[in-house]
Design a binder for this molecule. Structure first.
Ligand code: IMP
Length: 181
């Protein structure tokens, strides 16, 4: 791909706007689970940055685990097929679990992971996502905690990539629409 500098892309959410919403979601989670422990399960690689920030905005006892799934490949189009590449390391039976994702798009990834995690018999299971694109939903799944709902735009930054690039961009930006896929 020809690399377009992120600085040339329009900002959708600034790092300050993201930090404010993450703080609010962290407070909400802390209140919802007051006096309890939670396990945050991050979906690699996109959710790594959101999880790192969200975890530090949460006041209750929290441990981390990570899963990895194959989804988008190298472009902006989903293949539709979801496959588990890395499972959780520690048992979650009887625990309060929150799956942490960067973006809920068609919902195929999270509905797959939600069903999979339910098989481990957690005490509770919720979903936190930084972005939600409800217009693109194929699978019937919703998140319990959402920083921002957005229209059908492809975005990069704050952990989200295009062909593995731009994950380190600290705000969320709109990818120009006329890219080869
Ligand atoms: P879903 O299975 O269609 O919900 O896709 C979820 C995954 O697709 C996310 O975890 C992202 O990795 C990827 N994805 C969906 N939309 C975007 C986007 O706008 N930018 C970057 N990645 C995206």
């Amino acid at each position: 791909m020809s690399y377009i500098p992120a600085s040339e892309m329009e900002i959708l959410f600034s790092k300050e706007q993201i930090a404010e919403r993450v703080r609010e979601i962290g407070k909400q989670i802390s209140a919802d689970y007051a006096g309890q422990s939670i396990v945050l399960i991050g979906v690699l690689k996109g959710a790594a940055i959101f999880l790192a920030d969200l975890a530090r905005a949460i006041a209750v006892d929290a441990t981390f685990d990570y899963v990895a799934v194959s989804s988008y490949g190298k472009g902006t189009r989903s293949s539709g097929a979801v496959k588990l590449i890395k499972d959780i390391d520690n048992p979650i039976e009887g625990k309060n679990v929150i799956i942490v994702e960067d973006i809920l798009d068609t919902g195929l990834t999270l509905s797959f992971l939600h069903k999979l995690m339910l098989q481990h018999r957690p005490k509770s299971l919720r979903i936190a996502t930084c972005l939600d694109k409800p217009a693109r939903r194929i699978a019937s799944i919703d998140a319990d905690y959402v920083c921002f709902s957005i229209p059908n735009h492809f975005v990069i930054g704050y952990g989200m990539d295009f062909a593995e690039h731009y994950r380190n961009v600290d705000d969320i930006r709109l990818m120009p629409p006329d890219l080869p896929e």
